[in-house]
Design a protein around this ligand. Structure first.
Ligand SMILES: [Zn+2]
Length: 526
C-alpha cells in the first residue's frame, strides 16, 4: 500500500510540480550513492577476481561465467551466446521503456602479466596475458551500478529495463559490429559505456578527436614448398609475398594522410629456413577517421596483397577479423553525465596510492605527477582531429545514442597495452575508481529513467545532428564471421599456470593479501 501511494505521488509530482520531481530525483541519486558505497566489498572482489582470470579476447570463459553467476544470483535474466559468441551474453532486469544498456570490456592484453601494487616489472606468470589496460574493472563498475539500480527500481516502482552486455575481444576490435548486425541494440534507447582511465570524464561528438576507426585484416599467402638449397627454383615463397607487401605498404605511407595509422605483425613466417614457406600470413590494422577513408585504405591493402602475390607467383586470400567506426558520442547524455561526474568527484587517494603512482611513473620514465585530483571538464569537440586508438563501441555509437564514461581507476602517463597499465588494476586505486564510476553510471541511468524527455532529446541529437548527413554502413559483409578461434591456443597454454593464482575471496580479503604483496611495493631507492 505504501508503495502504491508512492507511485501515485511520483506520477502526480511529475505532472504537477517539476520542482518536487527534481527533489525526488536528487533523493534517489543520494540513495544510489549510499547503496554503491555499501557494495564496495563486492566491487573490490569483482575487480580482483577478473584481474586474476587474465583472459584474452574471445577466451573470456571464466570471466563470463563469474559475472553472469553474480547477475543470475541477483535476479537478472541472462541470455548466453549473444551474436553467436560463446563468451557473450545479455543480462537484463526490469521491463518497459526506456531500455538502458550498459557495456564494458572484459578481455586483456598478451604478455602483460604483472603483480598488482608493485611499481616495477614483476609478472605473476612470465609471458602470460594480463590486464594491461584495466578491462578487469569495467564489470565491477557496471554490475555494481546495475545492482543498485535494481534495488531502487524495485523499491520505487520505476519502469524501465537495465541491460548489461560485455565487450568481448575489444582488444581485437572484433565483436561490436557483429552485435549490431545481430540486432543486440535494436530496441535499446541509450547506451552507457564505461572504460577505465586515469581521469574522470565524458565527451560528445568526436571529443578530443583522438579516436580512429579501423579494419583489422589478415592476409594469407599460399606458395609452393621445396628444398630451399637443393631445388629453390621449384618453390614459391609465401614469406616473400608477406615481405613485399610490407615493403610496398611502407613506401605507400608517404602518400597517406597524417591521420592514418597502420601497423602489422607477421603471424606466420614459415616453419624452418630449409623449407621454402608454402604458407605465410600478415595481420594489418588500417586506421583512419571515417568510413570512406578506412574503406579506401582497406582497398589499397587488398591491392597491395594481390600485387605481392603476383610478384612472387603465390596466391592470397584475406579475412576481416575486426572493424570499427570512430566513436561519436551523444551531447545530451554527456551533459547529464558530466553533472553526475562533478557531483561524485575524484576518489580520495591516500599516501600509499600516490606513492605507487609516482614510483611507477618514475620507473618507466614518464612524467611524475601522481594521481589526478580533479575531474575533467566537459569541452566542445575538437575541430582538428588527429586520430589515435580505436574502440569497436564506435559501431554502437552510430546506431544508438551513446556515451563513454571514463572512470579514474588507473595511473596517468602510462604507455597503454603493456604491464605498467596492470600495476594499479587490483589495488585500492582501481577499487575506489570503480566505485566512483558505478555511482555515475547509476545516477545517469536514474536521470533517464525519471525524465523520459531526456531520452527524446538524446534521440533528437542523434537524428538531427549526428546522423543528419552520415549514415552507418557496416564494414562486415554477410559472410564475415567473428574470429572466435583467435587466442585459443595462447590461452590454453597459459590457463593452467594462471589458475594457480585465481583470486579466492572466501579466504583472502583482497588479491594483494592472497599474493602476499605489501601495498605499495616500490624500489628501495625509487
Ligand atoms: Zn579498452
Amino acid at each position: 500500500m505504501k508503495h502504491h501511494s508512492l507511485i501515485l505521488c511520483s506520477a502526480l509530482l511529475v505532472i504537477l510540480a517539476p520542482g518536487l520531481a527534481a527533489q525526488q530525483l536528487d533523493q534517489l541519486k543520494k540513495e544510489a550513492v549510499e547503496e554503491t558505497d555499501k557494495l564496495q566489498t563486492l566491487t573490490q572482489q569483482m575487480v580482483d577476481e577478473i584481474f586474476s582470470f587474465a583472459e584474452l579476447g574471445f577466451q573470456e570463459y571464466e570471466t563470463s561465467r563469474y559475472v553472469t553467476g553474480i547477475l543470475e544470483k541477483n535476479g537478472f535474466k541472462v541470455e548466453k551466446g549473444a551474436a553467436g559468441l560463446a563468451t557473450a551474453w545479455v543480462a537484463s532486469y526490469g521491463s518497459g521503456k526506456p531500455v538502458i544498456a550498459m557495456i564494458t570490456d572484459i578481455d586483456c592484453i598478451p604478455r602483460a602479466s604483472q603483480k598488482p601494487g608493485v611499481a616495477y616489472h614483476d609478472p605473476i606468470v612470465a609471458g602470460a596475458p594480463g590486464h594491461g589496460e584495466g578491462h578487469n574493472s569495467g564489470m565491477a563498475v557496471n554490475v555494481t551500478a546495475a545492482l543498485v539500480l535494481k534495488k531502487l527500481m524495485a523499491e520505487h516502482h520505476l519502469s524501465g529495463t537495465i541491460r548489461l552486455i560485455p565487450g568481448v575481444a575489444e582488444e581485437l576490435v572484433a565483436t561490436k559490429a557483429f552485435y549490431v548486425r545481430a540486432g543486440v541494440f535494436k530496441d535499446v534507447d541509450l547506451v552507457l559505456g564505461a572504460h577505465v582511465e586515469s581521469e574522470f570524464s565524458t565527451s560528445y561528438g568526436i571529443g578530443k578527436g583522438n579516436w580512429s576507426g579501423l579494419v583489422s585484416v589478415q592476409y594469407f599467402f599460399h606458395g609452393r614448398a621445396a628444398h630451399a638449397a637443393e631445388s629453390p627454383w621449384d618453390g614459391r615463397s609465401a614469406l616473400d609475398a608477406v615481405e613485399l607487401m610490407d615493403t610496398g605498404w611502407n613506401f605507400h605511407r608517404e602518400h597517406l594522410r597524417l591521420a592514418q595509422r597502420s601497423h602489422r605483425v607477421i603471424i606466420n613466417g614459415g616453419d624452418q629456413p630449409n623449407v621454402v614457406p608454402s604458407e605465410a600470413a600478415v595481420w594489418y590494422y588500417f586506421r583512419e577517421l571515417d568510413y570512406p577513408r578506412i574503406r579506401s585504405l582497406y582497398d589499397e591493402g587488398n591491392a597491395m596483397a594481390e600485387s605481392a602475390a603476383k610478384m612472387t607467383g603465390t596466391t592470397v586470400d584475406h579475412k576481416l577479423v575486426g572493424s570499427a567506426w570512430a566513436p561519436f558520442f551523444n551531447k545530451v547524455i554527456a551533459e547529464v553525465q558530466q553533472k553526475n561526474i562533478e557531483a561524485v568527484g575524484m576518489p580520495k587517494w591516500n599516501e600509499a596510492d600516490q606513492t605507487l603512482a609516482k614510483a611507477l611513473q618514475k620507473e618507466i620514465g614518464a612524467k611524475v605527477d601522481g594521481l589526478k585530483d580533479s575531474v575533467t571538464p566537459l569541452t566542445e569537440p575538437t575541430k582538428a582531429p588527429t586520430g589515435g586508438g580505436s574502440d569497436d563501441v564506435g559501431d554502437i555509437s552510430w546506431n544508438v545514442p551513446m556515451v563513454y564514461l571514463m572512470y579514474p581507476a588507473n595511473i596517468p602517463n602510462l604507455p597503454g597495452h603493456a604491464w605498467p597499465d596492470a600495476v594499479a588494476m587490483a589495488t585500492p586505486i582501481a577499487h575506489k575508481g570503480s566505485t566512483a564510476g558505478a555511482k555515475v553510471q547509476a545516477m545517469t541511468a536514474l536521470d533517464f529513467l525519471l525524465r523520459p524527455e531526456l531520452v527524446t532529446q538524446a534521440w533528437d541529437y542523434f537524428r538531427d545532428v549526428q546522423t543528419k548527413d552520415v549514415h552507418y554502413e557496416s564494414f562486415l559483409t554477410p559472410s564475415d564471421q567473428p574470429a572466435a578461434e583467435l587466442n585459443r591456443e595462447k590461452m590454453e597454454r597459459f590457463a593452467p599456470q594462471l589458475k594457480k593464482f585465481y583470486y579466492d575471496p572466501t579466504r583472502y580479503k583482497t588479491y594483494l593479501d592472497q599474493l602476499g604483496i605489501t601495498y605499495p611495493t616500490v624500489r628501495a631507492n625509487p
